[in-house]
Design a protein around this ligand. Sequence first.
Ligand code: 5GP
Ligand code: MN
Length: 335
Amino acid sequence: MAQLADLIQWLAGSRRIVITTHHKPDGDAMGSSLGLYNYLLKKGHQVHVVSPSDYPHFLHWLPGNAEVVTYTEELARAKQLVEEAELIFCLDFNALSRINELGELVAASGAKKIMVDHHLDPQGFEDFAYWDATACATAELIFRLIVDLGDAAAIDRDIATCLYTGIMTDSGSFRFPNTTSGVHRIIAALIDAGANNSRIHELVYDNNQENRLRFLGYCLSNRLVVMPEYHTAYFYISKQELDKFQIQTGDTEGIVNYALSLNGIKLAAFIVDRGPVRKMSFRSKGEFPANEIARKYFEGGGHRNAAGGSSSLSLPETVDRFIQILPEFEEMLKQ
Ligand code: 5GP
Ligand code: MN
């Protein structure tokens, strides 16, 4: 396995570089990718962010967003960029299955692959790993990587803005347990480098469209099921409901947290019919391993307190399956 010194050597001169991130990128996926993009651009590389799919509108203001190549929209160009790349950075994921068909292209490429990530159980496809499962966000790792490259001074307003966004969104606005004092120091450095913290919060969180807010109201009033005996609450949403409210990528993000905000609830789920599959988002409090439920029963995984998976059963069958597995976890849910 390569070392940081090898990466430094790979980055010598001007390189053709692709940065990619997981399917349906979230704030950390795009924040870390565009943070690294702006940094590598500044260092004189030919660099492109290639996203496997579209991503939420509330991230489209990020510096460098206009240059992102979306694989599903610009197939030929994305393919060419990956094929011609000398270095491929894989951010916020550690298994090639997380980037769909793009994974085969990356696997087939002769480029050096650098994985920067904070998820458990890395697959090991990369040449160099900058991996730390205790990091609160991949954007935190990009900050640390730039510092390790001896380049802290290169972090300008654009880079800082992207990295701040990644850390803010993945840490639940600095409240999850892995938001250490070290993370707050990084945040302070990012603000010193020009990130406008108050404006970034506004751009990400006060960016609702009316249909999204009404959909949230509908979910809370009509589609929230609370099971106090299992300290569990979940939402379930059909394809027709998504269509009725014209719900797009990103519009459902964060709704699961409302279930977790209920007094006494330790496990929350958001189960949504995405058409081809039923997608599940799990969130938990404390020691309860949401990722174990995702891994064992829903072909997924993730972190202890934030995980996800999918199911090929129908929506009602998926909900039934979820309810039926709860007794297995009853003891842990009660603690
Ligand atoms: P979300 O609920 O926001 O979609 O996902 C939360 C976390 O769960 C993600 O950061 C990721 O770690 C994990 N996750 C979500 N969906 C999947 C999946 O289908 N497979 C795996 N392995 N992890 C997932
Ligand atoms: Mn992340």
